[in-house]
Ligand binder design. Sequence first.
Ligand code: ZN
Length: 199
Amino acid sequence: MLKLPSSLERVINEFGKLPGIGPKTAQRLAFYLLKKDSVEITGLSDAIRQLKTDITFCSQCHNMAETDPCSICADQNRDHTLICVVEEPLDALALDKTGRFKGVFHILGGVLNPMEGIGPDKLNIATLQKRITDNHATEIIIATNPTLEGETTAMHISKFLQGTDVKVTRIARGLPMGGDLEYADEITLSRALEGRREY
Ligand code: ZN
């Protein structure tokens, strides 16, 4: 019986573990790489290997970074009293790309989802509370996605800031309901930031 070389099978197997990659695609990718020269293959494998060794997480905002604190948290020209709360690193990246936001970010690492057992303790909420105090925050912009879980999370954060001097705002709803911040274009995101409303 004809059998694939084990090194090829190993690559197919590894690709198959990636999200959105079925067995057919895994095979196609492996055969594609087989036709490439070794310089390109080395470039790819080096990039993957360095992913974990060269990336750390900022202890202040929890964003992925090459240094701790990250370049945004270390930047004294940014307004550290203005904190934009997002779900994931890619959301911060998308908002920062607009060039309209001069504050700092805080990555929650997800959203509240009681059905899946994700309570406040599973998110970076305690560190957000500490940061609000440490930075003498004046405004918290909640930029979670416009989904049910995103709204629940926004509500939770606004609740624990009720009665404090901190202004809590929510980005405008120019974003489609159920949409994903990271895929919104820069103009939509800029408008959403500018049109934010007080909670
Ligand atoms: Zn940071």
